[in-house]
Design a binder for this molecule. Structure first.
Ligand code: TPS
Length: 523
C-alpha cells in the first residue's frame, strides 16, 4: 500500500484536557467541526488516557477522519496506531525512537517527529521521518515542558540546514507552538529562509492545538486559519529581488506615481489625533483616497478594497491596541500592505510592550521610524536576536546600515530609518535618501504623514516591488518639501505647510504629464 497523500496546510493536534477544551464531552463534535472547516491532518494527543480508552477514542476518531479523507496520526503510541490501523504516528524526542517506530509500522505509514533545533531535525530526516513538527515557536500554555522557544529565526535555521543537507525536498515541515490567527501569516512568511539555492524555503503548514480546540466556533476558526496559511503563499508573489535587478528606482518612480494617480488607492489610517487632518491631506495630494478609521471592526471590509493600512501608535491606548490587531489581521488575510509607525517606541514601557505585541500579532510590510524607534523595534522581540544594538545614542552610518538590514531580514519587512539621511532596506539592498528640508522638522506630523505617503505607493506596487514603492514615495515627499521650502512665498513653517501640499500635488500632475525634472534632485 502506498503512503497516503498528506496535505500539511492545517494540522490539528487534539487535547481534551479542560484547560484547552472547556467541555470535554464535545470532543468529537469539535474535531468534526474542525474537519468541516478544512483541517487537513489530525493527531490524537491524549497524555492521560489508559490504553483501552485511548484505542476506543482513536477508533471512533478514525471513523470520523476517514469520512473527510483526512489522515489520523497518534501521538507517541505506535501500539495504538497499529491497533486502530490509522495512517501513522507523531513522536517526540523523548518517545520511542524513529527507527523502532518505523520497523513496527512499516514504510507505508506516516511518521512525524518533534524537533526544536538543527541537530534533531537532521537526525530525524536521516532516520526517515516523513515530516517534522518544528517548535516550540512561541511560548504556549498548552505545552509547558517545552525545551526551547525558537521563534521564526529558529525555524529558518532548520529549513536552511535541511536544504544544505539535501532533505528539504524530501521531508515536509510544519511549525507549532502558540500559533493563532494573529501570528500565522507572520510565521509562514518570516520563517522562510532566503539564501537557499532554491530561493525561498517555506514551511508546508502549521499545527495548532488551542487555536482550534479552544475556539468558540471550531469550524469558523479552522477556515480562518487555513485562509491565513494559504494566503501567506501569496506573499511569495511580492518577490523582494525579482524585477528590481534590471531597473533602478529612478526608472520606475514615474510609473508608480502614475499608477497611484490612476488607481487612487485607499489608505486606511489608524493614526494619532494630532496628524489625522494633515495625513488625509497628504494622501489626497499624492493621489490616494484616505480614510481615517480607528475602529478595528471596520478593517475586514476596508481591507478588501485594494488599499493599504497605516498603523501609527502615536496615541496608543489598550483599546487602540486591540483595534490594531484586528486591522492587522484583516489586511494580512487580504494580503494588502501594512505600514507600521512605532511613534515614540522607546519612550515608555507601555510603548515598548505595544511594539512587541504588534510585531507578534501580524505581518508588517513596512516599519518606519527614526533611529531610536528602529532600535526599539530591534530590541523588542523576546527570545531571539536581542543583542547587537549599540547602546550609544547615535549610530554611525555603518551601524545604521547594519541595523536596517538586520531588522528587515528578521521581520521580512522593508525598514525605513529616517534622519538627515534616511536608510531603507528590504534585507538585501540598502538605499539612502538625503532629500527633504529642515521645515519638515518644524511642522507637526510630517514624520507620520510620510507613512501615509508610503502606504499609497505601496498599495499600487507592493506585489511588484515593495522597496521601490517605498523609495518612490520618500523621494516624492522629500523633494516636494525641498521645492516648497525654496519658494519665495514660503516664509516659515506655516506657509511651508500649504506650499508642501501644493508641491506634492504638482509633482504628481507633472509626472502624469511626463515631466520628471523634479526627480533630478534625488540624492
Ligand atoms: C506536529 N508540541 C510542540 S508545541 C505543542 C505540542 C503539542 C503545543 C502547541 O499548542 N509537532 C507536532 N505535534 C506535536 N504534538 C508537537 C509538535 C509537540 P498550541 O497550539 O495550543 O500552542
Amino acid at each position: 500500500m502506498p503512503k497516503p497523500h498528506v496535505n500539511y496546510h492545517l494540522y490539528l493536534v487534539t487535547d481534551s484536557t479542560p484547560a484547552v477544551l472547556k467541555d470535554p464531552s464535545r470532543f468529537f463534535d469539535v474535531v468534526e467541526q474542525a474537519l468541516r472547516g478544512g483541517v487537513s491532518l489530525v493527531q490524537l494527543r491524549e497524555k492521560t488516557a489508559d490504553t483501552g480508552e485511548l484505542v476506543s477514542i482513536a477508533k471512533r476518531l478514525h471513523e470520523l477522519t476517514k469520512k473527510y479523507n483526512v489522515p489520523l496520526l497518534i501521538n507517541d503510541r505506535v501500539d495504538v496506531a497499529l491497533a486502530v490501523g490509522c495512517e501513522g504516528v507523531h513522536i517526540g524526542q523523548d518517545d520511542m525512537d524513529l527507527e523502532t517506530a518505523r520497523k513496527l509500522l512499516g514504510d507505508d505509514k506516516i511518521i512525524g517527529v518533534t524537533v526544536s533545533n538543527v541537530e534533531e531535525a537532521l537526525i530525524a530526516c536521516k532516520n526517515g521521518a516523513d515530516y517534522l513538527g518544528i517548535g516550540t515557536v512561541y511560548a504556549t500554555p498548552t505545552k509547558t515542558n517545552t525545551k526551547a522557544i525558537i521563534g521564526a529565526a529558529g525555524v529558518r535555521e532548520i529549513l536552511a540546514a535541511m536544504e544544505t543537507a539535501g532533505y528539504y525536498d524530501k521531508v515536509r515541515t510544519v511549525c507549532i507552538g502558540g500559533l493563532n490567527k494573529y501570528n500565522i501569516a507572520r510565521i509562514m512568511y518570516q520563517s522562510r529562509h532566503v539564501d537557499g539555492k532554491q530561493g525561498w524555503l517555506t514551511l508546508n503548514g502549521v499545527a495548532v492545538v488551542s487555536a482550534v480546540m479552544s475556539a468558540d466556533d471550531p469550524e469558523e476558526a479552522s477556515k480562518e486559519l487555513l485562509t491565513l496559511v494559504k494566503s501567506s503563499d501569496k506573499f511569495r508573489g511580492s518577490s523582494l529581488m525579482g524585477a528590481r535587478a534590471s531597473k533602478g528606482v529612478l526608472e520606475v518612480a514615474g510609473d508608480i506615481i502614475k499608477k497611484v494617480h490612476e488607481a487612487k488607492p485607499l489608505t486606511h489610517n489608524m493614526t494619532n489625533l494630532v496628524v489625522q487632518n494633515f495625513a488625509a491631506n497628504v494622501a489626497l495630494a499624492v493621489g490616494g483616497s484616505p480614510i481615517m478609521a480607528n475602529y478595528g471592526e471596520e478593517a475586514a471590509d476596508l481591507s478588501k478594497l485594494g488599499g493599504s493600512l497605516v498603523v501609527n501608535m502615536g496615541t496608543v491606548t489598550p483599546e487602540g491596541l486591540l483595534n490594531y490587531y484586528k486591522a492587522l489581521q484583516a489586511y494580512n488575510v487580504a494580503v494588502q500592505p501594512v505600514v507600521f509607525d512605532p511613534v515614540g517606541a522607546g519612550a515608555t514601557s507601555v510603548r515598548r510592550e505595544a511594539v512587541r505585541s504588534i510585531l507578534a500579532n501580524g505581518y508588517l510590510d513596512v516599519i518606519k521610524g527614526n533611529e531610536g524607534e528602529i532600535k526599539t523595534v530591534w530590541g523588542a522581540v523576546d527570545g531571539e536576536q536581542q543583542k547587537g544594538v549599540d547602546s550609544v545614542d547615535s549610530l554611525t552610518p555603518e551601524n545604521k546600515l547594519d541595523l536596517v538590514v538586520k531588522l528587515a531580514r528578521r521581520e521580512q519587512s522593508v525598514v525605513v530609518m529616517t534622519g538627515k539621511t534616511d536608510y531603507v532596506s528590504d534585507g538585501y539592498s540598502v538605499v539612502t535618501v538625503a532629500n527633504g528640508h529642515e521645515y519638515l522638522g518644524l511642522v507637526t506630523g510630517t514624520g507620520c504623514t510620510l507613512g501615509t505617503a508610503i502606504s499609497v505607493a505601496l498599495a499600487v506596487h507592493h506585489k511588484e516591488d515593495k522597496l521601490w514603492a517605498v523609495v518612490t514615495a520618500m523621494l516624492h515627499f522629500e523633494i516636494a518639501a525641498e521645492i516648497a521650502a525654496e519658494r519665495e512665498d514660503v516664509k516659515g513653517p506655516g506657509t511651508f505647510i500649504s506650499a508642501f501640499l501644493d508641491e506634492l500635488y504638482n509633482i504628481r500632475t507633472a509626472t502624469v504629464s511626463g515631466d520628471m525634472k523634479w526627480l533630478e534632485r534625488a540624492k
